[in-house]
Design a protein around this ligand. Structure first.
Ligand SMILES: Cc1cc2nc3c(=O)[nH]c(=O)nc-3n(C[C@H](O)[C@H](O)[C@H](O)COP(=O)(O)OP(=O)(O)OC[C@H]3O[C@@H](n4cnc5c(N)ncnc54)[C@H](O)[C@@H]3O)c2cc1C
Length: 535
């Protein structure tokens, strides 16, 4: 069998994999191989921000599906995931939100390591971005203290480009007492502001474009695309290498250090195919256990959004110049009245309400709607920031073609169901505000008659769709039952690390891409500082 050897082998060329490939190959003495199942994506639709909901199910999407979910009226949820260089950053909706400082305080508590606190991660968040200054100001010390100005990823703060509907939506929140905030990236997410977006000159910027492409000319960096990793090859407590198929040929890629960057779904499936996981799950799939690790594939959780609180428009809603979901407002569950003057120490964000410049309804609600002409409707999405429902995923057999079982256990806790009702109430409150009177003809969904707890729960179960943030399947933690430790080393193996969305122990309040990139930046820094981390 053909063999290749590198100092560092990265499994998965998605968001985190692109960061690590670029950062770890900055040292010309370190040979880095990046292995990606998909190929380079050339579809021009990927570039166009407004097309993001319509590019799923193409040949660069893994197109996963969940099992029927009891909490969502027995529905099966489609889970797109990017399969190609740049991974899910090719499909994502481009919202750039770091998370709330309380999210990272939880991470620090769960790992026992301040490196994962807001303050600990701030250098990584700054390093990864070139952020637009608020309102085009030339100097702003507060802004510069938390934002980066020369990182690989451009972050657009689209003041002046927002839809007129979104301008009125933000004014409506302010009318209800919700303060305006500079952006979602200051550590305190409670407040009203347009979404920051990873868009430059009207085009999507992927993790590949920002990080990998500028590094690909380095002689010490090799990209193996169109190459699927079947399993890890173990030698005692070390990973000797990874078994790969590329162009119909088998390949063994040996590495002193092996880093999993195949994402929240790809990583645990690869470990289980390699005999690493819960012995009962492995046995049921016909795989022998080489290393028992019960937490592999557990703690699966995701954000849901209610799609949606839909309104027929009184006047034509113009098409978006950005992407369809332009502004998400984060609030305590008790609403605007609960917002403290000092937002850092007051109640944090429990719910999110987003304004979509067009109709948005789940796959079961959409077919029941009356015909809506272009520009004829708009939507308020609503969701829960920190859901407590936890599920799992598992393999069904030893081969790459054996479809996984994905069970997110959506809406299985009382907390999640109650907070979802609250989110819908708050969406309706802002939807009825006088600042939106010129836009609002009538509420179409759920419809004025839907008011009782049972009616609201039944509507929510049919309305929720994934916000596309599955995380946590190899959580980092101080406890021995966490598969990954605070340094992101996989417990039980000497030279295996996990660095992507799967290590997130509890989800951040908002979209997770910025946090995934910051985890990778932080890891790259510590890896480079360590003289020989593989030993
Ligand atoms: C439709 C959609 C919309 C989203 N919108 C937003 C948003 O607006 N804002 C936000 O913050 N987040 C958003 N997200 C989430 C965000 O994109 C992801 O959380 C993030 O990209 C995950 O990064 P990752 O590195 O963990 O995994 P990925 O980027 O998914 O990378 C994993 C890579 O590993 C590869 N791989 C998997 N298995 C193997 C194998 N066996 N061998 C070789 N390669 C393998 C995959 O092909 C993939 O390229 C969205 C996601 C989707 C899908």
């Amino acid at each position: 069998m053909e063999e290749l050897h590198a100092d560092v082998v990265l499994v998965g060329g998605g968001s985190a994999g692109c960061v690590l490939a670029a950062r770890l190959s900055e040292d010309p003495a370190r040979r880095v191989v990046l292995i990606e199942a998909g190929t380079r994506i050339t579809d021009p639709d990927v570039d166009r921000p407004e097309l993001w909901p319509f590019i799923q199910n193409r040949n660069y999407d893994w197109a996963y599906r969940t099992t029927p979910q009891t909490g969502t009226a027995g529905r099966v949820h489609e889970w797109p995931r990017g399969r190609g260089v740049g991974g899910s950053s090719n499909l994502h909706a481009m919202a750039h939100m770091r998370g709330d400082r309380r999210d990272f305080a939880r991470w620090a508590a769960e790992t026992g390591d301040q490196r994962w606190s807001w303050e600990g991660l701030l250098p990584a968040f700054r390093k990864l971005e070139t952020a637009d200054r608020a309102d085009g100001a030339t100097a702003d010390a507060d802004w510069d203290a938390v934002h980066g100005s020369d990182g690989p990823l451009p972050v657009l703060r689209p003041t002046g480009e927002s839809s007129p509907l979104v301008v009125d939506y933000l004014a409506a929140w302010q009318g209800l007492g919700v303060p305006g905030i500079p952006d979602h990236n200051h550590g305190d997410m409670v407040g009203a502001t347009p979404n920051s977006l990873t868009i430059r000159d009207g085009r999507r910027v992927t993790a590949s474009e920002a990080y990998l492409d500028p590094a690909l000319g380095r002689p010490n960096l090799t990209l193996l695309d169109g190459a699927q990793v079947h399993r890890l090859v173990l030698d005692g407590s070390r990973v000797a290498g990874v078994a790969v198929t590329r162009d119909g040929r088998d390949l063994l890629v040996r590495g002193d250090a092996v880093i999993l960057t195949a994402g929240s779904i790809g990583d645990p499936l690869l470990l289980m195919r390699s005999g690493i996981g819960d012995p009962a799950v492995l046995a049921a799939a016909g795989v022998g256990t080489t290393l028992a690790s019960a937490g592999v594939g557990g703690n699966l959780h995701d954000h849901l959004l209610g799609a949606g609180n839909l309104y027929r428009a009184r006047r034509e809603v113009p098409p978006t110049r950005l992407q369809l979901s332009e502004a998400m407002t984060y609030l305590p569950a008790d609403g605007p009245a609960a917002i403290a003057a000092d937002r850092s120490s007051g109640p944090g964000p429990d719910v999110v309400i987003g304004c979509v410049v067009g109709p948005s309804a789940s796959e079961v609600l959409a077919p029941r709607l009356p015909a809506i002409p272009a520009g004829g409707a708009y939507t308020l999405l609503f969701g829960v920031t920190n859901p407590t429902s936890r599920g799992s995923l598992r393999i069904t057999g030893p081969d790459l073609d054996d479809a996984p079982v994905i069970e997110p256990a959506y809406l299985t806790t009382a907390h999640d169901r109650e907070t979802f009702r609250r989110a819908l109430e708050l969406a309706r409150e802002v939807g009825a505000a006088p600042e939106l009177a010129d836009w609002r003809a009538e509420e179409i969904l759920p419809g004025p008659g839907v008011r009782s707890v049972d009616e609201l729960d039944a509507f929510i179960a049919e309305a929720v769709i994934t916000h596309h943030h599955p995380v946590g399947t190899l959580r980092m933690g101080a406890d021995e039952s966490a598969p990954v430790d605070a340094a992101l080393r996989f417990r039980g193996l000497d030279n295996l690390w996990v660095v992507d969305g799967s290590v997130i122990p509890s989800i951040t309040a908002g979209p997770v891409h910025a946090a995934v990139l910051a985890i990778a930046e932080s890891f790259a820094e510590s890896f480079a500082e360590s003289s020989d981390p593989a030993r």
